[in-house]
Design a binder for this molecule. Structure first.
Ligand SMILES: [Zn+2]
Length: 387
């Protein structure tokens, strides 16, 4: 089983930071003060070639020990960078830096084809029925436009056809620009050769607003446990599958709490999405039970909403078939943090629930056996007394 944790530069592969050997042997360990010096005005580091951004350094500068507060910028930057490197490897730093440069190069040079796509305009992007249901904001209003063909899989239409056409053309425009300027596009995952990360060329602002104002209210009703007060750090992708495009991903889970998957275009037959139970990390490789299997034929214009931990994949389309989808990962850092404390049992994992039921029925059977034995012994004593 794979975890589609994008693996992109600066992406969300969320491995714990690795402390370098060099960092662990450095002595003495530099330390920050526990209390900030709120009177201190931080320096600006924008013009220096550093591992960490000026914003990060500025935010911790007021925690510098007194003897460092008055040092020159270079010395302060080195001191703070050495501390930060204890928590994040130099490899991670340079990866983040490369990603920052990549995004800056795009944002300052790429000319969008449809500027109106970059700011969410609900009236022109979204269907009136969808907007109405969200503005009423009740389970009843959502159920009017959303079907649940299988527990935990929600299907609905939300976008105007014009939105799909513009998004497809915008992605093509970006690819052409990247080709002409010899920019190597960072792909959504290691296997992808055709996908693009929508955030990278500026669509993140629009997608964040879409997530907060329109997807979150639905999730709050249908997936209340994972929502918290609001999702954070969304990621948006465009993927294309077909014979002359990327192959379909097999069984996988995603680095998201909730995934929105919208079918933007579809030619040919096949390419059904198959679901195979929700799984926690511990049970990711446990085969689905027959009752957990569900196939869904994703049709043009439809959005599917499901948990990121809902194991799924897509069947290959027919020879001439091709599909383009917009994927939006909605994430919740607080939920993830809380999960690290919940070691034993997760009520959203099909296998955890199955194992809990097994344990309960085994313990019930054991109790019944003890009771039966006691009854039997009592009967024997009673009969003996009668004789
Ligand atoms: Zn589990």
């Amino acid at each position: 089983m794979t975890v589609d944790g994008d693996g992109t530069v600066g992406g969300g592969d969320h491995q714990p930071p690795v402390t370098t050997a060099a960092a662990t042997t450095e002595m003495p360990i530099p330390r920050l003060s526990l209390l900030p010096n709120n009177e201190h005005i931080s320096d600006n580091y924008e013009d220096l070639e550093l591992e960490f951004t000026s914003a990060i350094l500025r935010s911790i500068e007021k925690y510098l020990p007194m003897d460092k507060l008055t040092a020159n910028r270079e010395e302060k930057a080195k001191f703070m960078s050495d501390i930060l490197c204890k928590y994040i490897s130099r490899g991670e730093c340079s990866k983040a830096k490369r990603y920052k440069n990549y995004r800056e190069r795009i944002i300052s040079n790429y000319q969008p084809r449809f500027r109106e796509l970059y700011k969410l305009d609900p009236e022109s992007f979204l269907l009136p029925t969808f907007r109405k249901a969200i503005s009423e904001n009740t389970e009843e209003s959502f159920r009017r436009i959303i079907s649940e063909p299988f527990p935990g899989v929600f299907v609905f239409e939300m976008f105007q056809p014009d939105f799909f056409e513009k998004l497809l053309a915008e992605v093509e425009n970006f690819r052409t620009w990247a080709h002409e300027t010899k920019l190597k596009i960072t792909r959504p995952n290691k296997m992808s050769k055709f996908g693009v990360v929508l955030d990278d060329f500026g669509l993140d602002i629009m997608l964040t607003q879409l997530m907060e104002d329109f997807i979150f209210p639905i999730c709050k009703v249908f997936f209340p446990k994972v929502c918290g007060a609001m999702f954070d750090s969304p990621r948006g992708f465009f993927i294309e599958n077909g014979e002359d495009r990327d192959a379909e991903l097999g069984f996988h889970v995603e680095d998201s709490e909730i995934t929105l998957n919208v079918c933007l275009s579809k030619q040919g037959e096949g390419g059904e999405i198959f679901f195979a139970g929700t799984r926690c990390k511990k049970h990711m490789d446990i085969d689905p039970k027959p009752e957990e299997r569900f196939d869904y034929c994703h049709i043009l214009g439809q959005a599917i909403l499901h948990r990121g931990c809902h194991v799924h994949g897509a069947r290959a389309a027919t020879t001439s078939g091709r599909r383009a989808n917009m994927i939006l990962w909605c994430r919740n850092s607080l939920f993830r943090e809380m999960q690290t404390y919940e070691k034993e049992f997760r009520d959203w994992c099909g296998q955890c629930v199955h194992e809990k039921k097994e344990k309960e029925s085994q313990s019930l059977a054991a109790k019944r056996k003890v009771k039966k034995k006691k009854r039997h012994e009592f009967a024997k004593v009673y009969i003996r007394c009668l004789v």
